[in-house]
Design a protein around this ligand. Structure first.
Ligand code: URP
Ligand code: ZN
Ligand code: ZN
Ligand code: ZN
Length: 474
């Protein structure tokens, strides 16, 4: 007895089990799972509803600086608000080390941007763009010590792409520090050559973005990154996989026994390159990297989700306002695709899309949904079982879903700071109705409850994908 909150009569779903029971919460933690719990200060009746671990979105971009004058639409306040309303209780944005700057300082600065602004808990990944000895040998150990235990590297983008030697060096450093390496795998030089060819042909509209980086560009870089990970002997996490040829590489590596893991995102399940095809700049609303492919690749991503090839499902939320001169049209309404900032909003729609198209339409099981939306993120990024499950002692981060609720996605219902959604008009079945972070309701029926500021930084431990090495193995 004496709970702060009891959620009654719902169906509790974890990555492994489905059970009918009450959930008792005290001091922000789950403290009881049982039939007919006693009394509480507050009760929620979840009859007919699903009680699932709050979503963890382990790939989002919030308030991240850019080098081209564009401005990300969401900061930590609007981004975590939008995340909470879409069923999430933890996000992991990226701190960006810009070339010529300190890695450690970039992480500290991103902490400052988050401070006091979050509706839900957050952790951080570190992007390394300048792998100097100082960054890798002096600063990375401190960054990892501070709970930022994953490093993302880019194989494309001006001012961000690492060359092969640099990729190798970062992997050696992450191996030393027991950090997880994440990679954005696209071949920068190939994209540049393709871009010049398209410009010569006058094909500079948004569709050119997809034409400039066909899947072979992603496949080649993925294979190269996998090969380096094999040489250096580190696990590797390939982010935002867009289709079949890349999935083939991931499965090839897994078959060889290599510790290679990957994620995919809603845009690769529901959008195609044709969405970029527009006479005016409307197509820029769908410009992201890698670009959406075609129906066959959508199916390849769904099939790979169903057979557990992907460890996680993330949004890659990276919003730029369409009607702003720091957003999608920053270089003018008829500028070449190469000036359109890359990224689309999606932190709020990620889970409703996966639930509706995945669970409601029978492509994945409810337990797979929980694994892909929360549990595996917590394991991969060193937060389990504090996060990512409903168990005694876990943080009371819970999303209560109505599996029958019908929602049509529209910009007007969303809580991000972007001015459009690429999923406008999509009809869904199933939506989160009550979202609880550390025992307190933070969103109800798609709207925020209370104010920002209670979300805290989660100091992460070592990824479950990083092996424990014996001392003599160095
Ligand atoms: O286009 C995208 N995905 N923008 C976000 C940055 C990244 O590459 O993940
Ligand atoms: Zn990326
Ligand atoms: Zn991203
Ligand atoms: Zn060993």
């Amino acid at each position: 007895t004496g709970f702060d909150l009891i959620i009654r009569n719902g169906t509790v779903v974890t990555a492994s089990d489905t059970m009918l029971c009450d959930v008792g919460i005290r001091n922000g933690k789950v403290v009881a799972l049982a039939d007919k719990l006693g009394t509480a200060a507050r009760e929620i009746d979840a009859t007919g509803l699903l009680i699932m671990p709050g979503g963890i979105d382990s790939h989002v971009h919030l308030a991240q600086p850019t080098s081209d004058g564009s401005v990300m639409a969401d900061d930590f306040e609007s981004g975590t608000r939008s995340a909470a309303c879409g069923g999430n209780t933890t996000v992991i944005p990226f701190s960006l080390q810009e070339r010529g700057t300190s890695l450690l300082k970039s992480v500290e600065e991103h902490h400052q941007r988050a401070k006091g602004k979050c509706y839900i808990d957050y952790a951080l990944h570190a992007i390394i763009t300048d792998p100097t000895p100082q960054a890798l040998e002096k600063e990375l150990p401190q960054v990892v010590q501070g709970g930022v235990t994953s490093v993302k590297i880019f194989m494309t983008y001006q001012d961000m792409a690492l060359n092969d030697a640099e990729i190798f060096k970062v992997m050696e450093a992450t191996r030393r520090e027991d950090a997880l390496t994440m990679v954005h795998a696209e071949n920068f030089d190939a994209i540049q050559q393709m871009t010049e060819r398209l410009e010569r042909a006058g094909q500079t509209g948004p569709r050119g973005h997809a034409e400039s980086r066909p899947i072979v560009v992603e496949r080649e870089a993925t294979h190269r990154a996998i090969s380096f990970a094999e040489l250096v002997d580190v696990p590797l996490f390939v982010v935002h996989v867009s289709g079949g040829d890349v999935i083939e590489q991931i499965e090839w590596a897994k078959r060889r026994g290599l510790p290679i893991y990957a994620e995919t995102c809603p845009q690769y399940l529901t959008l195609t390159a044709e969405d970029l095809d527009n006479a005016n700049m409307e197509g820029s609303k769908y410009v992201c990297s890698p670009p959406p492919r075609d129906k066959a690749n959508q199916k390849a991503c769904w099939d790979a989700l169903a057979r557990d090839v992907f460890s996680t499902f993330t949004s890659d939320h990276c919003p730029f306002i369409y009607g702003s001169d720091t957003g999608k049209k920053k270089a003018g309404a008829d500028a070449s695709f190469k000036y359109v900032p890359n990224g689309i909003p999606g932190v709020e729609t990620r889970l409703p899309i996966l639930f509706s198209k995945g669970v409601s339409e029978g492509r994945i099981s409810l337990n797979q949904f929980v694994a892909l939306s929360a549990t595996n993120h917590a394991k991969v990024y060193g937060m389990y079982p504090q996060k990512g499950t409903i168990a005694i002692g876990s943080d009371a981060d819970i999303a209560i879903w109505d599996p029958h609720k019908r929602v049509t996605i529209s910009q007007s219902m969303l809580n991000h700071n972007c001015d459009y959604t690429p999923y406008e008009g999509m009809e869904l079945k199933g939506y989160p109705v009550t979202v609880i972070s550390n025992g307190e309701v933070v969103a109800e029926n798609g709207r925020p409850v209370g104010s920002a500021g209670k979300g805290k930084f989660i100091l992460r431990g070592k990824s479950s994908l990083v092996p424990s090495r014996h001392p003599f193995e160095a």
